[in-house]
Design a binder for this molecule. Structure first.
Ligand code: GDP
Ligand code: MG
Length: 439
């Protein structure tokens, strides 16, 4: 996926802007890369459409090249595709919280039971496992061994007891012991069959679980999304756990589960160790798929600084000659941010080169101004005239902020100078004199 996408960015090298014409080739690459990553066709179609629409309409950000801009759009769309925010585990209002695990054979259910207990234990929750896979004695032994390994009790019965019966007894045992979270292992089959679904429905009815999580193997690619959909329709699930992500280089399973099934991936397994379970972060996953972390953070920073509306709003304010200390602070902060940005990435064209010493000086000045402005009343901030007219007010601000009266006077004068300069700049000449400070 990553290499397929790379050729998409490469096709934009040397372009000035993104246009309907020049994104055709890159979009074809993106489409191909997603299909090769085993993302289903309808999902790919919607994805490509959405990215194309955004790419053509996107405003230019100073210093950001079209290929970088496209990387960012694709990234954000990937995040959206995977559900946007991280989807947290839900806990019952009154303990115990019951988590029922389901899934086909060999996907990693039993392993996930112990991993999840280990994970929740670290958050200070007491856990208990229930061995609900009665078809193979080895499955019970496996859970007991893993439970011991992570230091969590395992409730077992013989292989002749019905899973729903084990679930019922296990749950009442957990209540007696004041356990916070009960995690129930179940039997899988090689393929979906009615017996398995009926058994799961029985167990679910008895337990009334807070979470029903389908464990899916990432290696199954787009089949993962189909499985989540089927299980959701059959038994009703709250989310999925994607295992063996360490062995899957394509990432297709993670991409389509949410879009196809409507259910989020909550956790991912990335290895056989007990520690190898973590929340599913769509933005990290997107970042990993793209493998272009530096480009992403660059575009994000540039967007932040250049945010058009902010600049325009400030400009309007300046033109209206009502430029006050609040705006002053905003503008000074924006400038300081630009300074530290150029230091970090040093690649915004059209900006004067700023030396590290200048940046440090600007930041020091900003701190000093902030200290003084913070001590002004809201009224004084909006009407700097109040400070210009009253030495007492300036004295108060100086004392409260630990600066000299002269420093405060300078700040006030600076603001009026700025007003005048702005007005001159805009060609609005009326009333542009600098009031002298009365003593
Ligand atoms: P179950 O049949 O669904 O209960 O699956 P198991 O928990 O018994 O796991 C089947 C195999 O997959 C075991 O050998 C596990 O060690 C392995 N396994 C489980 N999760 C992961 C994972 O995230 N990564 C890797 N590489 N192997 C895993
Ligand atoms: Mg098992």
């Amino acid at each position: 996926l990553t290499s397929g996408l790379e050729s998409a960015w490469n096709k934009l090298k040397g372009e000035e802007v993104l246009t309907k014409e020049n994104i055709v080739e890159p979009m074809r690459d993106i489409r191909r890369a997603l299909l090769e990553a085993d993302v289903s066709l309808p999902v790919v179609r919607r994805f490509v459409q959405s990215v194309s629409d955004q790419a053509v309409g996107v405003g230019l950000i100073r210093g950001v090249k079209p290929d970088q801009q496209l990387v960012k759009i694709v990234h954000d769309e990937l995040v959206k595709l995977m559900g946007g925010e991280v989807s947290e585990m839900v806990f019952a209002k009154s303990a115990p919280t019951v988590i029922l695990l389901a899934g086909l054979q060999g996907v990693g259910k039993t392993t996930v039971c112990a991993k999840l207990a280990n994970y929740l234990k670290k958050q200070g929750k007491s856990c208990m496992l229930i061995a609900g896979d009665v078809y193979r004695p080895a499955a019970i032994d496996q859970l007991v061994i893993l439970g011991e390994q992570v230091g969590v009790p395992v409730y077992t019965e013989g292989t002749d007891v019905k899973p729903s019966e084990i679930a019922r007894k296990g749950l009442s045992e957990a209540k007696k012991k004041n356990i916070d979270v009960v995690i129930v292992d179940t039997a899988g089959r090689l393929q979906i069959d009615k017996g398995m679904m009926d058994e799961l429905k029985d167990v679910k009815r008895i337990l009334n679980p807070t979470e029903v999580l389908l464990v899916v193997d990432a290696m199954t690619g787009q089949e993962a999304a189909a499985l989540v959909t089927t299980f959701n329709l059959e038994i009703g699930i709250t989310g999925a756990i994607l295992t063996k992500l360490d062995g899957d280089s394509r990432g297709g399973a993670a991409l389509s589960v949410k879009e196809v099934s409507g259910k989020p991936i909550k956790l991912v397994g990335r290895g056989e160790r007990m520690e190898d379970l973590e929340p599913f972060y769509p933005n990290r996953m997107a970042g990993r798929i793209l493998g272009m972390g530096d480009v992403l953070s660059f575009v994000e920073k540039a967007q932040e600084v250049m945010r058009q509306e902010d600049a325009e709003e400030l400009q309007k304010k300046i033109m209206s000659a009502n430029f006050d200390f609040n705006d002053f602070l905003k503008q000074t902060r924006a400038v300081a941010k630009m300074g530290s940005m150029t230091r970090v990435i040093g690649m915004i064209p059209g900006m004067a080169k700023v030396t590290p010493a200048q940046v440090r000086e600007a930041e020091k000045n900003l701190k000093m101004m902030e200290a003084m402005i913070e001590e002004m009343t809201p009224e004084e901030r909006e009407k700097p005239e109040l400070l210009a007219e009253s030495p007492e007010r300036r004295k108060r601000v100086a004392q409260a902020s630990g600066k000299t009266e002269q420093q405060v006077s300078q700040l006030v004068a600076q603001l009026f100078q700025m007003r005048v300069r702005m007005k001159n700049l805009m060609g609005v000449m009326e009333g542009g004199s600098i009031p002298s400070l009365s003593n």
